[in-house]
Design a protein around this ligand. Sequence first.
Ligand SMILES: [Zn+2]
Length: 124
Amino acid sequence: MSEKTTYAIACPVCGQIQMISADSSLTEAEQRQQALLACNCSDGVNARRAKQRAEKAKENINILFEGDGEIIIDALSNIVPAIANNTFAKVSITTEAGIKATLTAKEQSIKVERTEKKTAALES
Ligand SMILES: [Zn+2]
């Protein structure tokens, strides 16, 4: 069972106190993250936008790669936060089956691309 607790936490960027109602098992790092997401300073606004971009991108990953297995979905989903906060501008993964996944950071969104390359080759 998780209980809700009300926290008074300073935004880690600007120091404004935010009142947050959240699960009582939050770690300190999670509490600070929640405070940032609740804050109206520019970093807080950016953090909220990054979170929304990340959530939308994860939905799109699930739609596009549904038939390609959990591993690729997990791998891409794990990269999404770093794309959402602009640590990475673009990441591509190619699976053994030749499916290429590309995540690209756009100003207001994250582009999720799936490319399937079929190459036939003979060697003797
Ligand atoms: Zn703030």
